[in-house]
Design a protein around this ligand. Structure first.
Ligand code: HDD
Length: 713
């Protein structure tokens, strides 16, 4: 970004202005050492003679090499692979009845945010399309300090107590002896752990659903997971669950696509987010809350403190209270996306914690992990982590301290410094913890209200559409099929039978398991050594709701085709009118249209105009697009229909339930496909105007296409 562009951006987003203090731009400048000394030769080491050894004196070589040698920091133990963006949060209106949080205050109030999305299990260099939970972490730079909402794209979690987090992560990460497999839960140690952990069954249903393979980061929901607290100015508290609802709707890819995308473009999600922002198609989410009054804490058939449970939206509707827009890519991945440090314990007045044992453990872990990841206790001074609210306290020193604290005293109380920095009264914005009454014994145990492990797993599975249920079965067949230990597969199938008999039966069939053993006590292995296992076994409770349609991805469609990518297959001689009318209409609706041909460079249309080719069949694949259009044009069609890559492109799109538009003589291309054996193919639009295609693509996929699976590509 030039100085001029920077100047133009100034004042729009206070956090971006704050980052400029540390932003460097070398354009038009001389190269220097880190000490500011201008460099004359950055290519050759200082040597003794033309062919002689390098001299120790070469401070420039040593500085350059030393810095390079230390460029890396430890990657995050979980959520290592991620992508982030800047933006803002805008409040829809006054929420002071429930919370005194200023950023949720008056209508239209804007707060800068930085949001990082991530996969959980894979290493930093792994693929975006792993079957995995996605992290959804938002840092609000509020006037009252940093607020971090560190959530996921699924509203529940695998375990109920943070004590088990290291075990869960050791089980899911590549196995310790050979570091295989990368970014995948489909291996023995994960399913070994899960099969002994009935509390994970609800989350397993989510993780095996299409939620784990989103089409785009901007097409997934986000959840705070835990029940948090809102506190208003009168000190009254409310339980609250946080939601992010994508304006673009919730959509996924198929597992076959996900695996192919991982090879074709492991940066698929990261690129999609980057391009959307660069193209001005800013991803947006509405922010919602489910609020429960304190008096209603025990009115549900589950415990609000149990992070393996959600509150069905049919029981407590989501109230939309604001909107987040991501409108600016980072300038530097390492400085911003890699060094950003989130922590569920970063709260502002008006937001507080509950005693959810998973949340309580997280409150320790996040600061602790930054100490080794970011090298010490001053990571809050790293520009991306720096609060835009002023920071004053008596913390001093530590590695890489940036702040120059003035004055003689660094303790409280003091008289030398006039008692400053002073403690702020509540009325001045001083944070006070909610005055919750606590009365109990010091014990290590699990509340018996946490023991219903299957009801919501069942609710989730049974609330999915038929297609989604099929995908869950296929996912489990795949994952458990990769498990080598027979006993683990058997145990898992037995566990599934507690969720739904058909689910267990269908998975068993795929695994060639003839008889399902419904495991008996002890089904749960999480209990103290001296306890009676019987006290810890899952208990079924009476359900207050049989179905929750909102749990289906299909319940939240978006509108239009903004951000979709459409492939146009064309070659020399493509009909100018056919191509242009479609391209114009699709682009106007915000789609990203790419011309794909037999070679890179350019092609000539029927009017002799040169058209830039975005990709050849060699550099792209159907799995990277949402839909495909083949325009007419004698010569173009003649070339394409003889090209096996073009035919495969169309067949594969068909296999993945994508809409296909064929114009005029391009039917010859269609006729060469395997899919054309079906005389009445669903979702293939012959000679229709662009509007019909746009309406179709806005539905995302045509799941009713029964023969899609039969395509042998
Ligand atoms: Fe966590 C990172 C979300 C449970 C310990 N977590 C991390 C990130 C997200 C989440 C989105 C990445 C933040 C970023 O982009 O930098 N974690 C969750 C959710 C959880 C959860 C939604 C359950 C509701 N996490 C959890 C537990 C523990 C941790 C129970 C440990 C007690 N999580 C960590 C961590 C990480 C982390 C090890 C790794 C990097 C980091 O914190 O900064 O401390």
């Amino acid at each position: 970004m030039t100085e001029k562009e920077k100047a133009e951006e100034k004042g729009k987003n206070p956090k971006i202005d704050d980052l400029y203090m540390n932003t460097e731009d070398g354009s038009g400048e001389a190269m220097t050492t880190n000490q500011g000394l201008k460099i004359n030769d950055d290519q050759n080491s200082l040597t003794a003679g033309e062919r002689g050894p390098t001299l120790l004196e070469d401070f420039h070589f040593r500085e350059k090499m030393t810095h390079f040698d230390h460029e890396r920091i430890p990657e995050r133990i979980v959520h290592a692979r991620g992508a982030g963006a800047h933006g803002y949060f805008e409040s829809y209106g006054d929420l002071s009845e429930f919370t005194k949080a200023g950023f949720l205050g008056k209508k239209g109030k804007k707060t800068p945010v930085f949001t990082r999305f991530s996969t959980v299990a894979g290493f930093k260099g792994s693929t975006d399309l792993a079957r995995d939970v996605r992290g959804f972490a938002v840092k609000f730079y509020t006037e009252e300090g940093i607020y971090d909402l560190v959530g996921n794209n699924m509203p529940v979690f695998f375990i109920q107590d943070a004590m088990k987090f290291p075990d869960l992560i050791h089980a899911v990460k590549p196995e310790q002896h050979n570091e295989i497999p990368q970014a995948a839960s489909a291996h023995d140690t994960f399913w070994d752990f899960i099969s002994l952990m009935p509390e994970s069954m609800h989350m397993v249903m989510w993780a095996m659903s299409d939620r784990a393979i989103p089409r785009s980061l901007s097409m997934m929901e986000g959840f705070g997971v835990h029940t948090y607290r809102f506190v208003n100015a009168q000190g009254e508290s409310f339980f609250v669950k946080f939601h992010w609802k994508p304006v673009a709707g919730t959509y996924s890819v198929t597992w076959d696509e996900a695996q192919k995308i991982s090879g074709q473009d492991p940066d698929f999600h990261r690129r999609d987010l980057w391009n959307a922002i660069e193209n001005g198609n800013f991803p947006e989410w509405e922010f919602g809350v489910q609020i429960v009054e304190e008096k209603d804490e025990h009115k549900f058939d589950f415990d609000l403190l149990d992070p393996t449970k959600l509150i069905p939206e049919e029981l407590v509707p989501v109230k939309l209270i604001g909107k987040m827009v991501l409108d600016r890519n980072p300038d530097n991945f390492f400085a911003e996306t890699e060094q950003v440090a989130f922590h569920p314990g970063h709260v502002v007045p008006g937001i507080d914690f509950t005693n959810d044992p998973l949340l309580q453990g997280r409150l320790f872990s996040y600061t602790d992990t930054q100490l080794s990841r970011l090298g010490g206790p001053n990571f809050h001074e790293i520009p991306i982590n720096r609060s835009i609210a002023p920071v004053h306290n008596n913390q001093r020193g530590g590695i890489s301290r940036q702040t120059i604290n003035k004055g003689q005293s660094s303790y409280h109380p003091n008289s030398i410094g006039g008692g400053c920095p002073f403690q702020a009264k509540m009325a001045e914005g001083g944070f006070t913890s909610h005055h919750e009454r606590i009365d109990g014994h010091k014990i290590r145990t699990r509340s018996s209200s946490f023991l219903d492990h299957f009801s919501q797993a069942k609710l989730f599975f049974e609330s999915q559409t038929k297609v989604e249920q099929e995908h869950i079965v296929e996912a489990l067949r795949f994952e458990l099929g990769k498990v080598m230990t027979e006993d683990i597969r058997m145990r898992m199938v037995g566990m599934l039978s507690y969720i739904n008999d058909d689910l267990a039966k269908d998975v068993a069939e795929g695994l060639g398991i003839k008889a399902i053993n419904k495991p008996k006590d002890p089904l749960n292995h999480s209990f103290p050594a001296d306890a009676d296992p019987k006290d810890y076994q899952p208990k079924e409770v009476k359900k207050s709701i049989e179905k929750s349609p909102k749990l289906s991805l299909m319940a939240s469609p978006g509108k239009g085709i903004k951000g979709r990518s459409i492939a146009v297959l064309a070659d020399d001689g493509v009909d100018a009118k056919s191509l242009e009318s479609y391209k114009k209409a699709l682009t106007q609706e915000g789609a990203d249209v790419k011309i794909i041909s037999t070679h890179s460079g350019s092609i000539n249309d029927s009017n002799g105009n040169s058209i830039k080719v975005d990709h050849s069949f060699l550099t792209t694949a159907s799995v990277l697009f949402d839909a495909v259009f083949v325009p007419e044009g004698v010569k173009s069609v003649d070339t394409l229909h003889k090209n096996p890559d073009a035919i495969r492109f169309v067949d594969e799109s068909y296999k993945h339930y994508k809409f296909i538009a064929i114009n005029g003589d391009a039917e010859q291309v269609w006729d060469m496909t395997y899919a054309s054996r079906n005389p009445k193919p669903k979702g293939v639009l012959f000679n229709q105007d662009p509007k019909a295609f746009i309406d179709a693509v806005s539905q995302h996929r045509i799941w009713e296409r029964e023969d899609a699976k039969r395509i042998p590509v």
